[in-house]
Ligand binder design. Structure first.
Ligand code: PXL
Length: 276
């Protein structure tokens, strides 16, 4: 039986096309049974809306895990994103360490910062806690900002290959030897993704679309996780996720009213074709 079941742990932003409302449809489109553990419920995401509600679900996690264990439920892959509290990071680490089947893959998207800054609810104590998740991850999926916070390296807008190598070497010292680093661009027109595996670097460069869209990190991480779980290599999954994310942005740009997320839904058939 090759029917894969994945668990994804991240928030429900009721409106805003990010986290679970992105991960669930993308993973389902990839043909993977997707179980969820919501880290928090928010009325919207926190990037651009004001006055959002926030219900932290940290205290529900131990009972949910205990029930799953009683039922003998385990997962082929576990993928984590935006979490609800520093205390929750400890529960999530325990789930990563205990709820996977033999040979399961654990993917951690730090999902706490972008463009040189932490997202509103997070602080340096949260960053310290996130460092402790790294040894439990087979694959870490940060953007450059998150990588800098975790590795304790100064964030730069412009950099070269040596800076990126140094950043990845520092980051891998936290205990995760495979890193997929997103948003790495060496020229104004291009950006790309660096795949770092046991000291080896591979780079996939693609078009940079001037206007960044919110939610592209979650689209990328979900498509990457879907492609990897479907049996693609790490580099091919990184490439497919990048191509899909670019297509989603192309589909969204030109609609100024759609500032809060990416229109990833109409492009799902293209992702499915990329997996064939
Ligand atoms: O896309 C990352 C993300 C997820 N969830 C919430 C967010 C953000 C980014 O701002 O606010 C609630």
């Amino acid at each position: 039986m090759n029917y894969k079941r994945i668990l994804t742990i991240q928030d429900i932003s009721c409106v805003g096309q990010c986290s679970l409302t992105v991960a669930l449809p993308i993973l389902s489109a990839c043909g993977i049974e997707t179980a969820i553990l919501p880290s928090a419920v928010l009325s919207t995401h926190t990037a651009g809306f004001s006055g959002f509600t926030f219900r932290d679900l940290t205290d529900d996690m131990p009972a949910i895990k205990a029930h799953w264990q009683k039922e003998g439920i385990q997962f082929d892959a576990i993928y984590t994103g935006y979490l609800g509290s520093t205390k929750q990071v400890g529960y999530v680490k325990d789930i990563l360490d205990t709820m996977g089947k033999d040979g399961s893959v654990k993917i951690v998207d730090p999902a706490f910062a972008d463009n040189g800054k932490l997202y509103p609810i997070f602080d340096s104590v949260y960053v310290e806690a996130m460092k402790t998740l790294c040894p439990s991850a087979d694959l870490l999926l940060p953007n450059i900002t998150e990588a800098c916070f975790l590795a304790g390296v100064d964030y730069k807008e412009e950099y070269g290959e040596e800076y990126v190598r140094g950043l990845l070497e520092e980051l891998s010292k936290l205990g995760c030897s495979t890193i997929v680093l997103t948003g790495v661009g060496y020229t104004p027109e291009k950006t790309g993704v660096v795949v770092y595996q046991n000291g080896e670097i591979a780079y996939y460069e693609h078009r940079r679309i001037a206007k960044g869209c919110h939610g592209t990190g979650d689209v990328y991480a979900s498509a990457f996780t879907g492609a990897l779980t479907r049996g693609k290599s790490i580099f091919d999954a990184a490439k497919i996720a990048a191509d899909y994310t670019v297509r989603c942005i192309e589909h969204t740009q030109g609609d100024p009213e759609h500032w809060y997320g990416v229109k990833f839904e109409p492009v799902l058939p293209e992702l499915i074709r990329m997996l064939e």
